[in-house]
Design a protein around this ligand. Sequence first.
Ligand SMILES: [Zn+2]
Length: 163
Amino acid sequence: MSQVDRTIQKLIDDMIETMEKAPGVGLAAPQIGVPLRLAVIEVEDKITVIINPEIVKSSGEVDLDEGCLSVPGFWGRVNRAERVSVKALDRNGKEQRIRDAEGLFAQALQHEIDHLDGRLYVDRLIPETFQRSEPLRKREADVRAARRAAGEIVEDEDDEAPD
Ligand SMILES: [Zn+2]
């Protein structure tokens, strides 16, 4: 994507709204069926928009619990870099450098960039850590509503009985 035009601006606003309603820490365009290298992240009330992102440096190693709006009701443990530096365009199409991001922000950057590469955290799971999340299960209805509002659904009512 070389041009951040009005259509993209509108898409970014919609994605931020969907992420906040979910609520989620991040949302990548492919998750709502848009094949662009674009993602939004919100950590500690700060919204970051990354377009055509590239991890230019990573260091350290951590095992972290992770979930995803595309895999509602589950979480698992993944191995991530502790710190990452990212080169990307911002929402105005200007080049931005995110240097040595840490903590949840670093995790979200890696998670969202994975989405842009067609990869889910479940592809990186540490074996036998994948499990149902009770609190997330209770939020599934909200997540579904947000996804439906975003046009993402995919009727996904299943016949599974509560256990
Ligand atoms: Zn995700």
